[in-house]
Design a protein around this ligand. Structure first.
Ligand SMILES: O=C(O)CCC(=O)C(=O)O
Ligand SMILES: [Fe+2]
Length: 186
């Protein structure tokens, strides 16, 4: 499918720009400098796009609703912009042990907040715990998550007071090496 490459590259370029704008707006909403995280994403944020297909079981007799398409997790980076098809299936944690369906809104992105955004705001912004339930028998679910992360060689300082005063996390100021597969705090 050679026509897929330019479409995907254009999608990635536009979502990279959109994610950066969203990140700056989120920082502004905390009264923090909009560009506080520019240094960790510029000039080449680590981005990742997935084209996902979740096939439902072939027959109703097979495990239809219980099995999970994707287990419970947080995304590791800053922001995830995601489109899902009309079948839904994405769920977010709303309170202890409970999950709610993320409604399908045509033309809208789901925005998941990642663990590094939680670290950057010292816990003021919480990562979005989520999962995907397996489609019903005979249903094929498709989704396209786009992950927006710091540069792999970036070192991120969290927002200082007073922007995130009252944040839930510890008062120590973690410095985070940003490679998603090895993200650690110290
Ligand atoms: O398919 C989805 O809706 C979400 C996938 C997801 O959570 C992930 O790939 O991290
Ligand atoms: Fe995810």
């Amino acid at each position: 499918m050679p026509e897929l490459r330019p479409a995907i590259e254009s999608w990635i370029a536009r979502l990279t720009d959109l994610s950066h704008r969203l990140l700056r707006l989120m920082l502004e909403s905390l009264d923090a400098p909009a560009g506080f995280l520019d240094d960790v994403v510029d000039p080449d944020p680590q981005i990742h796009l997935k084209l996902l297909h979740y096939p439902g079981p072939a027959r109703a007799s097979e495990d239809a609703g219980e099995g999970q398409g994707t287990g419970i997790h947080n995304d590791l980076g800053l922001l995830t912009l995601l489109v899902q098809d009309d079948n839904g299936g994405l769920q977010v944690a709303v309170e202890d042990g409970k999950f709610a369906d993320v409604p399908v809104i045509p033309g809208a992105f789901v925005v998941n907040l990642g663990e590094l955004l939680e670290v950057a705001t010292r816990g003021y912004v919480r990562a979005t715990l989520h999962r995907v339930v397996r489609p019903a028998p005979g249903v094929n679910r498709y989704s396209i998550p786009f992950f927006y992360n710091p540069r792999l060689d970036a070192t991120m300082q969290p927002l200082p007071s007073p922007y995130v005063d009252g944040a839930g996390e510890s008062s120590t100021s973690p410095t985070t090496r940003c490679s998603p597969s090895t993200a650690t705090t110290s």
